[in-house]
Design a protein around this ligand. Structure first.
Ligand code: TYC
Length: 101
């Protein structure tokens, strides 16, 4: 007697979903020097002087600015390392992450 004669079939669905990306967000504060913020953006996010200056000024004026998007673990690592660079220099510079919608 067949153990499985129910003719169950499994449809193979092409799995093309990409991992959700996470934003790294630069948060403004009143103490970190502008030039230091620009230096960190260039060092940790491979930005040009012009790109870094624009992102810094946007955070300065609006309170926050999206720096870049990465997979979750890369975003988390970069935000932590860039925040630690500020901490190491005695500044309250903060990078956070959040999932993209
Ligand atoms: N607001 C800071 C200042 O006036 C500069 C600054 C900009 C700090 C952006 C943090 O995310 C930041 N010195």
């Amino acid at each position: 007697m067949p153990e499985n004669d129910s003719k169950t079939t499994t449809k193979v669905r092409p799995k093309t979903e990409r991992p959700r990306l996470h934003k790294v967000i630069l948060v403004n504060d009143d103490y970190t020097p502008r030039e230091f913020v620009v230096m960190v953006l260039k060092a940790f996010f491979s930005m040009s002087e012009d790109e870094a200056a624009k992102v810094m000024i946007t955070a300065h004026m609006k309170g926050v600015c999206v720096v870049a998007v990465y997979t979750a673990d890369v975003a988390e690592t970069k935000a932590t390392e860039a925040t630690d660079a500020g901490r190491g220099a005695g500044y309250p510079l903060l990078f956070t992450t959040e999932p993209e919608e």
